[in-house]
Design a protein around this ligand. Structure first.
Ligand code: NAP
Length: 251
């Protein structure tokens, strides 16, 4: 696998205790970043941190709810204590209720928009001044293939991920002069605890069949794209949305 130089900097990865975030944290650490393993779940954050340190990397666990703006500020301070912050991967996200718009529960709508969209704004609002102050860097926001197409029953999730693309574009335009690149990633359906907890085996197979590749993706396949976008190798890439979807959206 290609390696991308992300040395001499820290990286915040939210939702790093599980699934895609866990793979991103491991790959960034393998490539030289000091990783702040941020998650709601203390036990999960500590397990991932120990794995990274055991593999020879640098990491620290950080516990907090991304939907709290003060947590975003505290995460930046914790990352800066490791090394100058130059990478942030705003990855934490939730699925929400499954219901049509006409019946969608209001509390679930608010929670999904809070965690998947508002929290990325809070995160970037704290991260951008620090990254710019360190000479620049990269922010990668975790959208979904459902940032560009809908899927029945998931209006809050689909709306949050579409909104995230607009936020990504604006942040990129506003902060390019400060050498802060901002991109979004759109995974197809990936085999993670989020998917496994919410969908039975038959539904997972039906979803797999919707990908030209004929299968679900892996967290490591998403992490490879994120590590590239976060690294200096992607120096001319900003404001853009990158699919890693096994051909889901090509049809
Ligand atoms: P996952 O396995 O559930 O991992 C998400 C992690 O985020 C969990 O450790 C979770 O902690 C944490 N988290 C949830 N809410 C949080 C909050 N408010 N503050 C801090 N941490 C929080 O999910 P995943 O499948 O890896 O998904 C990661 C991202 O990829 C999400 O943004 C998701 O929308 C996106 N994505 C996933 C897929 C897919 O098919 N899996 C496809 C496209 C995009 P707890 O376990 O304690 O809740």
């Amino acid at each position: 696998m290609a390696t991308y130089d992300v040395t001499d900097r820290s990286a915040i990865v939210t939702g790093a205790g599980s699934g895609i975030g866990r793979a991103i944290a491991a790959l960034l650490a393998e490539n030289g970043a000091a990783v702040l393993v941020a998650d709601l779940d203390r036990g999960a954050a500590e397990v991932v941190t120990k794995e990274i340190v055991a593999a020879g990397g640098t990491a620290e666990a950080f516990v907090g709810d991304v939907a709290d703006p003060e947590v975003a500020v505290a995460a930046v301070a914790a990352a800066e204590a490791l090394a100058p912050l130059r990478i942030a991967v705003n990855n934490a996200g939730i699925g929400g209720a499954a219901a049509p718009v006409g019946e969608y529960p209001i509390d679930s709508w608010r929670k999904v928009i809070d965690v998947n969209l508002n929290a990325v704004f809070y995160g970037m609002r704290a991260q951008i001044p620090a990254i710019a102050g360190n000479g620049g860097g990269a922010i990668v926001n975790m959208a979904s293939v459902l940032g560009s197409v809908g899927i029945a029953g998931s209006s809050a999730y689909v709306t949050s991920k579409h909104g995230l693309l607009g936020l990504t574009k604006n942040a990129a335009l506003e902060h390019a002069a400060q050498q802060v690149r901002v991109t979004a990633v759109g995974p197809g359906f990936i085999s993670t605890p989020l998917l496994e907890a919410n969908l039975d085996a038959a539904t997972q197979q039906a979803l797999a069949d919707k990908h030209a590749a004929g299968r679900l993706g892996t967290p490591e396949e998403v992490a490879a794209l994120v590590a590239f976008l976060a690294s200096d190798a992607a120096s001319f890439i900003t404001g853009s949305y990158h699919l890693v979807d096994g051909g889901y959206a090509a049809q």
